[in-house]
Design a protein around this ligand. Structure first.
Ligand SMILES: [Zn+2]
Length: 153
């Protein structure tokens, strides 16, 4: 077998593998429009698939269906893909954590604003004698006991 037909065979092999794996390769180039949880799920599924492909290559090489060279080449390619996916999984997990923190923070912020608003609602001024903050319900200053002049409505 000369080098030309070898290259031709290799080309056909690559084409066949490309066609077989195309659905999941195409998916990675699509923009991620789903929620991050779905994306994470997809990355993990894809990662499993890549690992499976590497194992299949090993198996095929053992059965002499493909050459060791082809196996090494393709395995390298898949490992690269797996590494990229691992990076994406890590990044997505991280950003999920961050967004979780943000939502927790905003909940706390909401509680604080709520509290402040309620306090402002009840605020009735300051004591003329000692400058203590007075509430609408206070008839007498809680600190010095002076009549506040605040009338309960
Ligand atoms: Zn007072």
């Amino acid at each position: 077998m000369d080098i030309g037909s070898l290259l031709f065979l290799l080309l056909i092999l690559v084409a066949v593998i490309y066609i077989i794996c195309r659905p999941f390769y195409r998916k990675t180039t699509l923009p991620v429009l789903e929620t991050e949880t779905d994306a994470l799920d997809d990355y993990q599924k894809e990662y499993d698939q890549v690992i499976k492909c590497i194992r299949e290559l090993e198996f095929e090489a053992k059965l002499r269906k493909i050459s060791d060279e082809d196996q090494a080449l393709l395995t390298e390619e898949y490992q690269l893909h797996a590494a990229v996916l691992l990076g994406l999984i890590e990044k997505t997990t991280q950003s999920q954590k961050n967004s979780h923190d943000v939502s927790e923070n905003s909940q706390v912020d909401h509680l604080i604003t709520d509290r402040k608003a309620k306090r402002r609602e009840r605020f009735a001024g300051f004591c003329a004698n000692c400058k203590t903050t007075l509430q609408k319900s206070d008839r007498f200053c809680p600190k010095c006991g002076k009549t506040t002049g605040v009338l309960n409505s």
